[in-house]
Design a protein around this ligand. Structure first.
Ligand code: MTE
Ligand code: CO
Length: 419
């Protein structure tokens, strides 16, 4: 379309009314000269870098701020700490490999694939030791997209609003397409004895992290994976082999997986007794709280991604449930007085993040933005108040309460709590 032609069409508001008003609101008019359009730009005067000058591609130099971050007061030692996914900078449902949050208890183990082994033993007919090459030759390879959420995600928010940004309040989650084997294939190969009811899974890093997993879950959908988003696992994510426990708390997804023992009862290791359990108000602890209940968060607007301008805006966020598929996400701009269903877009898969959007017009009034997820079981994401009524305030883990962002008139956006 020539510029004269375009001017004319934009001018004919009666004819192209709706489309024209959207254009007028979201961009500058094309009849006002803009040097970014009319001048030859510096990058158009020179040749760029040639092919393979960047043998492993990196993001644009203008995206340097899109990084994992930690929180100083949560990081007494880097070897046992967490870095958070920059959720507010991402879109769609897949987390890029270099931005997946990390949680290590003894730093990143660097294990060569030649030296790595996976042993399966205990109550099995044929105890086995697998090399990585043998796992790659094993029949039944499969690709699955799953979210991993640390049980401690949002843990700092139990007693009130704390961290200013969804990267920090909700960034202990990532969503990846994994390649590997169903654990069932390996267990069937080894022949689990009839009295075998539990698995002990162990990591090869210096923390030798161990967890107990019921055999039913292992046989249903657990996997051993060596690839993420099409390439080898990153060292941070457990290269060369990690366990997947879809929908269940991240701590069970043992990285650098080296050993699976089959037993007839749970082991009650540190990570399932003193850690990753919830202390109730009466001093008792909940036992075996593995499933991550339905949760959602608005990633934009959010404190690190405030609305850019008045007028048309796009609210965006993520929802997930450890019990299956997300059926609906509601959003509110007025702290829960009025809810409307958000538009879920992209693949809707069980035990995976889903992406939602809600377009809105912002005239500069204060907003209290929330989202609430509803999963296929009919479960509705609770408010933080509702959660505290049942669980008290001693908890850290399993906080899936509704998040509130306050957008002030000047656009500044903050983490607040209203119930
Ligand atoms: N596995 C081993 N071997 N060592 C660890 O420190 N951390 C666990 C789990 N598996 C851990 C581990 C915890 S608490 C979580 S939340 C997830 O790994 C984090 O996985 P990620 O680093 O890929 O995000
Ligand atoms: Co964790």
């Amino acid at each position: 379309m020539g510029s004269e032609d375009r001017k004319l069409r934009l001018g004919r508001r009666g004819f192209l009314g709706a489309a024209a008003s959207v254009l007028a609101a979201a961009g500058a008019r094309a009849d006002a000269p803009d040097p970014a359009i009319t001048e030859v730009q510096e990058w158009a005067r020179v040749l760029g870098d040639g092919v393979a000058t960047r043998p492993y591609g990196k993001p644009s130099q203008f995206e340097k701020h899109v990084v994992r971050r930690d929180v100083e007061w949560l990081t007494a030692s880097r070897e046992s700490s967490v870095s958070f996914t920059p959720l507010h900078e991402l879109d769609g449902i897949i987390t890029p490999n270099g931005l997946c949050f990390e949680r290590h208890h003894a730093g990143i183990a660097e294990i060569g694939p030649q030296k790595h082994r996976l042993m399966v033993h205990g109550l099995v007919e044929r105890p086995m030791v697998f090399t990585m090459a043998e796992l790659r030759r094993f029949p039944g390879r499969t690709n699955r997209i799953y979210f991993l959420e640390c049980a401690a995600n949002s843990g700092m928010e139990w007693r009130g609003a704390q961290l200013n940004g969804c990267q920090f309040t909700h960034g202990m989650v990532h969503n990846v397409m994994y390649t590997g084997l169903p654990l069932k294939a390996l267990l069937d190969h080894c022949g689990v004895r009839t009295n075998g009811k539990w698995l002990l899974v162990e990591g090869g890093d210096a923390s030798l992290m161990t967890r107990s997993i019921p055999l039913d879950k292992a046989m249903k959908d657990c996997m051993v994976a060596w690839a993420m988003n099409g390439e080898a696992l990153r060292p941070e994510q457990g290269y060369p082999l990690r366990l997947l426990v879809p929908g269940w708390e991240g701590n069970m997804w043992i990285k650098w997986l080296r050993r699976i023992e089959i037993g007839d009862q749970p082991w009650h290791q540190r990570e399932e007794t003193s850690k990753y359990t919830d202390l109730l108000a009466d001093g008792r602890a909940r036992r075996f709280t593995w499933i991550m209940d339905a949760k959602s968060v608005v990633t934009s607007p959010s404190p690190q991604a405030p609305p850019a301008a008045k007028g048309p805006n796009v609210l965006s966020g993520l929802a997930w449930s450890g019990r299956g598929t997300i059926k609906r996400v509601d959003v509110t701009l007025d702290g829960g007085r009025n809810w409307r269903p958000a538009r879920i877009d992209g693949p809707v898969l069980p035990l995976s993040l889903v992406r939602f959007y809600a377009e809105f017009d912002w005239s500069g009034q204060e907003l209290l933005i929330q989202s609430r997820a509803i999963d296929e079981t009919g479960y509705v994401q609770p408010t933080k108040g509702e959660l505290r009524q049942v669980r008290g305030v001693n908890s850290i883990y399993h906080n899936n309460g509704i998040q509130t962002w306050l957008v002030r008139a000047d656009g500044q956006t903050e983490n607040v709590e209203i119930s």
